[in-house]
Write a protein that binds this ligand. Sequence first.
Ligand code: FES
Length: 107
Amino acid sequence: MTEWIDVASEQSFVPGEKRMFDLDDATRVIVLKIDDGIYAIEDLCTHDHLSLEEGEIEGDEIICPFHGARFCLKTGEVKEPPAYEDVTSFPTRIENGIVQIRDPRWD
Ligand code: FES
């Protein structure tokens, strides 16, 4: 099983504010706190493979700034076209006040 990686202290997260994190050389992740927890999805819209970093947040969804596809921030599930594939989501946890994420794709 892949290891958990430290992102930042839980206290430093502002609800609804995106934090960008390089999980590895090829994978950039958006980590953010929304109402009931901290979630992480890949910063890669599945429509044209562009960044979601500047996407607006509405509730638990992010809207791609390029063509308006919507994804659930909690699960990565696609909610509206023109994207039809889910975004990769990553498990998160809090250990001793530190937010951690893990990449299960390599398990
Ligand atoms: S690149 Fe995201 S909707 Fe087109």
